[in-house]
Design a protein around this ligand. Structure first.
Ligand code: COA
Length: 254
C-alpha cells in the first residue's frame, strides 16, 4: 500500500499520510508526493480545498530519521524544502486533521494550514534542539507569533510536547473532537468551504497572509541553510545515532 493516499472528490483533494508502521514519518519520496499533490491542487480549478490527514493514532512522527540520514536535504530543491514552500504558499484553504503525536514537521506544517481539527489524543512537539538541529518550516518565526514567546520557548528550546487543549488555547488549532470524528469533521468543513465563492476565499486567505508572506519565505530559506549545515554536525549525529540505536543521546561534551 502506498505511503500517501491522494484522492480528489467533489472539489476536495485529500492527502492521507499512510505509513502507520513507521508512525507516519515522512520519507523523501513522501515529501515529493505531497509537494506534487499540492502543486496539482493549486493548478486545478476544480480543486477548491485540501485536507491533510493522518491516522486516528498518529498524525506524523516527522522526518523519517533513517531516510534523512541516507539522503539529507542539501539544496533548496530537496523534496522537504519543496514541500514546505508548496504548503506555505498554497493559496486555497488547507484543513489539517490531527490525531496522536505530531512531531517536528508534523507540528510545524500546521502553522501553514488554515483550519486544524484535532483529536483529544493529539500531542504536538517540535524537538529540534533535542535532535541537534534548529526549527524549520518558518516555525522560528511563526511559533513565537502564534503561541507567545514564553510558550514557544518551552516548545522549541526544551522540546516539551503540548496537548490539544494547550494548542487550542494558543490558537494553533480550531477545535478538539474525539479521534474517531476528526477526519469526518475535516471533510464536513471542507464541503462547507467548497460551497462558498472561491474568489472571496482566495482574497480573504491572501489578505490574512500577505503581510508576512515574504518574511516567512525568507525565514524558511534561512532555517533551511542552517538546518542542512547542522545535520552533519556532531550534536545531530549523536541525536540521530541515538534514535537509530534506541538509546538516550549524550550531549555532555557538545
Ligand atoms: N523516523 C523513522 N522511524 C520512526 C520515526 C521517525 N521519525 N518515528 C518512529 N519510527 C519508527 C520506530 O523506529 C519504530 O520502528 P520499528 O518498529 O521498526 O522499531 C516504529 O516507527 C514505531 O515507533 P515507536 O517509537 O516504537 O512508537 P511509539 O508509539 O512508542 O512512539 C513516537 C511514537 C512518534 C512518539 C516516537 O516514535 C517518536 O518520538 N519518534 C521520533 C520522532 C522524532 O524525533 N521526529 C523528528 C524527526 S526530525
Amino acid at each position: 500500500m502506498s505511503d500517501l493516499l491522494i484522492d480528489t472528490t467533489a472539489g476536495v483533494t485529500t492527502i492521507t499520510i499512510n505509513r502507520v508502521a513507521k508512525k507516519n514519518s515522512f520519507t523523501t519520496a513522501m515529501y515529493s508526493g505531497m509537494a506534487d499533490a499540492l502543486d496539482q491542487a493549486q493548478a486545478e480549478e476544480a480543486v477548491r480545498v485540501v485536507v491533510l490527514q493522518g491516522h486516528e493514532t498518529i498524525f506524523s512522527a516527522g522526518n523519517d530519521i533513517a531516510d534523512f540520514l541516507k539522503s539529507p536535504p542539501n539544496s533548496p530543491d530537496s523534496p522537504v524544502f519543496r514541500f514546505m514552500r508548496a504548503i506555505s504558499s498554497f493559496t486555497k484553504p488547507i484543513i489539517a486533521a490531527v490525531c496522536g503525536p505530531a512531531v517536528g514537521i508534523g507540528t510545524t506544517l500546521l502553522f501553514h494550514c488554515d483550519l486544524v481539527y484535532a483529536g483529544d489524543n493529539a500531542a504536538f512537539s517540535m524537538p529540534f534542539v533535542n535532535l541537534g538541529v534548529c526549527p524549520e518550516a518558518g516555525s522560528s518565526l511563526l511559533a513565537p507569533q502564534r503561541m507567545g514567546y514564553g510558550r514557544a520557548a518551552e516548545a522549541l528550546l526544551l522540546g516539551d510536547p503540548f496537548t490539544a487543549e494547550a494548542a487550542l488555547e494558543m490558537g494553533l488549532i480550531s477545535r478538539i473532537v474525539p479521534p474517531t470524528e476528526v477526519n469526518a469533521l475535516a471533510q464536513r468543513q471542507a464541503q462547507k468551504l467548497v460551497a462558498k465563492p472561491m474568489t472571496s476565499l482566495l482574497a480573504t486567505k491572501r489578505l490574512m497572509k500577505q503581510g508576512q508572506a515574504s518574511i516567512v519565505a525568507e525565514r524558511m530559506a534561512e532555517e533551511g541553510v542552517l538546518f542542512g549545515r547542522m545535520l552533519s554536525q556532531a550534536a545531530a549525529r549523536e541525536a540521530f545515532g541515538a534514535f537509530m540505536e534506541k538509546r538516550q543521546p549524550d550531549f555532555s561534551k557538545l
